[in-house]
Design a protein around this ligand. Structure first.
Ligand code: UDP
Ligand code: MG
Length: 328
């Protein structure tokens, strides 16, 4: 299907499926992942869910190890594997976008999953079945967080709390394991923002969607590219690119300070006129410190949004493709 915005597919398969795998320093993992996925693809083809020209697309996100050599070797050996090499490390969301946008006119259904096999391949069939029933986006949702580190669990719990309190529709437990039809990806392409937060944007695009549950596995090899510091910045990124509630909080903090100052002013005047001049620098120092702390934090929050605007107006490309295995 040619993926024009708003196009909905009516036929019920077999779908031409493209599985997009973002890879950053995954040389030790990608070979194993690809062979597992090829087997699964064969099963999907024989069950009539996927068409025989379905394929995998590995996006090398500027790896510094032999990931690209691995991918090009795999692609040379098997028609069902394509590779895209980005010119530098553009980050996980941009690698996903590069894979989705460059394949959307070639496939009916595009699936994204981790290159480390943490996402359960056996739910791919359920995803395609949901598409058959007319769903246009299917979210992979993890059942538990057993394999996560303590810090990751805390970060996740905090994040959903904050987002929830700001009334943002987030799918709890969903990361970047999802499938969508080419029309949805065409709609996604119209979201031109530099600070793209995919987990939040897909629910925003709308259309009938479904969730499939799975148990997240341990990483097969290599290390997670998301240490706590990066997780924190991912959550902060998510909040600030999706809502301006922190700016409203800044206003509320200002209002609060004004009310306190007003009350204090009245009290001071009253005391002065009633022969109780207020003494002591301790209270003064405390007030100065409190207010300047709130002020500085507020400037920081506003600065975050100004920085985002700065990034947006530059309109830099989100990714640059250096080469591909199929020359297109
Ligand atoms: N990844 C990427 N670019 C990056 C960081 C990560 O393409 O800058 C890929 C990585 O190779 C993996 C996926 O994004 O396929 C998720 O990363 P990872 O498995 O390290 O995260 P975790 O599963 O630990 O959250
Ligand atoms: Mg992973």
């Amino acid at each position: 299907m040619e993926g024009r915005p708003g196009t909905s597919r009516t036929n019920d398969g077999p779908f031409k499926v493209c599985i997009v795998l973002p890879c950053y320093n995954e040389a030790g993992v990608i070979g194993g992942t690809v062979s597992v996925l090829l087997k699964e693809l064969d099963a999907l083809i024989s069950s009539g869910l996927a068409s025989s020209d379905s394929y995998l697309c590995c996006v090398d996100d500027g790896s510094r190890d032999a990931t690209w050599e691995e991918i090009s070797g795999l692609a040379a050996a098997n028609q069902r594997i394509r590779g895209i090499k980005l010119s530098a490390n553009f980050g996980h969301p941009n690698a996903l976008i590069a894979g989705l946008f460059s394949n959307r006119s070639r496939a009916d259904i595009l699936i994204t999953m981790d290159a480390d096999l943490q996402d359960d391949v056996s739910v791919l069939a359920r995803m395609l079945e949901e598409h058959r029933t007319g769903k246009r986006v299917v979210y992979g949702v993890r059942l538990d967080r057993k394999v996560d580190t303590f810090s990751k669990r805390i970060a996740a719990a905090l994040f959903y709390r904050v987002m929830g309190s700001m009334n943002k529709r987030m799918i709890r437990g969903h990361a970047d394991f999802r499938s969508a039809d080419a029309g949805v990806i065409a709609d996604l392409e119209r979201f031109g923002e530099a600070n793209i937060y995919l987990r939040g944007i897909f629910p925003l695009i709308g259309y009938p969607s479904a969730e499939v549950r799975f148990i997240r596995q341990e990483r097969h090899a290599g290390d997670s590219k998301y240490p706590f510091r990066k997780l924190f910045s991912l959550a902060w990124e998510g909040i600030t690119s999706f809502t301006t509630t922190p700016l409203k909080l800044v206003f509320l903090a200002g209002l609060f300070m004004f009310l306190v100052a007003f009350g204090l002013g009245i009290w001071i005047l009253w005391s002065a006129f009633n022969d109780h001049p207020i003494q002591g620098w301790a209270s003064l120092a405390m007030l100065t410190v409190t207010f300047s702390a709130i002020n500085t934090m507020s400037v920081g929050v506003i600065g975050e949004y100004v920085g985002k605007i700065y990034k947006e107006v530059k309109h830099r490309p989100r990714y640059i493709i250096e080469t591909t295995t199929h020359g297109d």
